[in-house]
Design a protein around this ligand. Sequence first.
Ligand code: SAH
Ligand code: SF4
Length: 346
Amino acid sequence: MEKIDIKSMTEEEIKEYIKTIGQPSFRAGQIFKWLHLGISSFDEMTNISKELRNYLDEKFYIANVKIVRRLESAIDGTVKYLYELFDGETIESVLMKYNHGYTVCISTQVGCRMGCKFCASGIGGLKRNLTASEMLSQLTMAQIDNNIRVSNVVMMGMGEPLDNFDNSVRFLKLVSHPNGMNIGLRHISLSTSGVVDGIYKLANENLPITLSISLHAPSDEIRSKTMPINNKWNIDALLKACKDYQKVTTRRISFEYAMIKDVNDTKEHAKLLAKRLKGIMCHVNLIPANPVVETDFTKSDNMRIENFKNTLEGLGITATVRRTLGADINASCGQLRRAEQRKEDV
Ligand code: SAH
Ligand code: SF4
């Protein structure tokens, strides 16, 4: 019989399971707590009887990630991890230190099938979805490895979270559970390339997370050139979904906008963007595009980015320029795994 992934189960599900073998329900809480501290074997559950530990070990497995590479930035202490999963697949995570605490950027899939032209994660296509436990393990491992507590999470690593909807939502419920890592949903951002049906499904969940939309272009003409998903759901459809999402959740939406030299970074582009975002309570994050070896895009110069920001603000749209962290360790997601793959290719 195949073992069950216990770290992806809610406390209630564990409770239901152990009820069938006559265990009191408070044991589920104890087991759940241990799992979310990041233990790797049932034997570490010291307040659980040896007999029950053996039983659990027969029925369940504890998902974990193994550190394959760890790069620490000499500039700002950002730590980038390449993790290996049980089946040998690899994913990336980044730990960043801000004034308000530690943020981890997690992956939600191995690879990605959205195929955005500027992104290293999509180059090899989608390998598989991550389980909720594999998303959690990226956080517990970062905590253990650095002896810290993570306070914020961004689902902005490799993969499209809304293309792995059920596991992503399960992760959100687990990570915010008071007996687990207890990270408030308000401290979590989920970034999507614009999977419109997923945005509506997420609205139904009505979670107080921050929804981040990778817009990156003010017109369909430009967006379709770099983001194939725009051919399925264009900017109008996407922004309509954002408005509907906002009606339900009343949360401010973040728009990610990677500044690519001569592609989307002129004053006219900024004006058009401001016009389109009118009526949405939002914030724009301007990201100097990270060069990816396989593409010929380059980042806009700082002057352009500053002007773009000022134009947006002049038109009533708040915007910030994202600080580049870990510039010396290739911290942009998908790039480390890609570099490892290139090494293997030679
Ligand atoms: N799939 C989701 C989340 C992961 S990508 C999404 O696309 O939103 C996280 C962010 O990194 C997205 O905003 C994505 O557009 C951006 N990104 C990817 N490659 C980049 C690059 N080379 N430079 C700047 N941003 C990039
Ligand atoms: Fe996938 Fe996001 Fe990269 Fe696009 S930007 S390929 S959706 S990970």
